[in-house]
Design a protein around this ligand. Structure first.
Ligand code: NAP
Length: 302
């Protein structure tokens, strides 16, 4: 039997509509809207396209969006001063610095200079610590893991008592999602295992998973026989495995593949995310959710 598809594209629409509605209500109530600034240093084409998508989405939900483009020659000192300016600007609730930064700038220093209460990416050590503590301490969960948890919950998958296996231990996906699923609270309360390249028997761990979250960056790593029948499979992997000509635009586009052998896995899993169109669209969506949260914290509404 074919698994239920958990489509990030559909969940994105649901969430963005909810955010748009709430922003309109808050505007009515407070006369203000959330503000998001995106700082882009240089013109790396991939960064430009991410930033453009973030801005478009922020406009769509009714935020004030500032795209602050800086020359690739900006000094570290000037970039720190720019962050300080936005840290002290009450109309700005979220500050994003698009990575990668030029080599002469220490990205850690820059990211750590962002006010943790405006760190809507959730990567500041203060927010990482808050996430570890859990409960009311959490302000911003990092966007991709937050998107994964939201997909699991909205798909109606039971997390309490579930065996969750996370493949990958990166700071941006594996470790935070594992930490989130083990917390006490709704959408969590799971028993979590993290596996990685030094794990002895990857297949045996995956086979136990009621919820299998794969973020390894290895196309087709997870074989269908590693999947427990009926499991929820979240494939975070986005791997370029070639190019093709788009039917829509006639232009050459990347062929993307996940970390799971999707065609075979969907015959065994209970629910599964596709690639593309699964976890991918959730990251920017949750950035909007975090910026709205930040606005509510700043205005004593949360
Ligand atoms: P990463 O930093 O490269 O981490 C990959 C993790 O997977 C590492 O912990 C690594 O183990 C583990 N791993 C790699 N190969 C493995 C194998 N053969 N067996 C077991 N474990 C293995 O990657 P990431 O940043 O977390 O991203 C993972 C994937 O998710 C990538 O495809 C990325 O493009 C995608 N991604 C998607 C989104 C999105 O859709 N919005 C966001 C972020 C990432 P070791 O630690 O032992 O090396």
């Amino acid at each position: 039997m074919s698994a239920k598809l958990i489509k990030g594209t559909d969940i994105r629409e649901e969430i963005l509509e909810e955010v748009t509605k709430e922003v309109a209500e808050l505007k009515e109530k407070t006369g203000k809207v959330p503000g998001l600034v995106t700082i882009l240093v240089g013109e790396n084409p991939a960064s430009v396209s991410y930033v453009t998508l973030k801005i478009k989405t922020a406009h769509r939900v009714g935020f004030t969006e500032i795209q602050d483009n800086q020359s690739p020659d900006i000094s570290e000192e000037d970039l720190l001063a720019l962050i300080d300016k936005y840290n002290n600007d009450d109309t700005i609730n979220g500050i994003l610095v698009q990575l990668p930064l030029p080599k002469h700038i220490d990205d850690k220093k820059i990211l750590n200079a962002i006010d943790p209460d405006k760190d809507v990416d959730g990567f500041h050590p203060v927010n990482v610590g808050r996430l570890m503590i859990g409960g009311d301490e959490v302000k911003f969960a990092p966007c991709t893991p937050a998107g994964i948890q939201e997909m699991i919950v909205r798909a109606g998958v039971e997390t309490s008592g579930a065996e969750v296996v996370v493949v990958g231990r990166s700071n941006i996906v594996g470790k935070p999602i594992a930490n989130m699923m083990v917390q006490k609270g709704p959408g969590a309360n799971s028993t979590v295992t993290i596996v990685h390249t030094r794990t002895k028997d990857l297949a045996a761990h995956c086979k136990r998973a009621d919820i299998l979250i794969v973020a390894a960056g290895v196309p087709g790593l997870v074989k269908p026989e590693w999947i427990k029948p009926g499991a929820c499979v979240i494939d975070v992997g986005v791997n370029r495995v070639g190019t093709k000509i788009s039917e829509k635009t006639g232009k050459e586009v990347a062929v993307l593949r996940g970390d799971v052998d999707f065609d075979a896995a969907k015959e065994i899993a209970g629910s599964i995310t596709p690639v593309p169109g699964g976890v991918g669209p959730m990251t920017i969506t949750m950035l909007m959710v975090n910026t709205l949260k930040s606005f509510k914290f700043a205005n004593g509404l949360m």
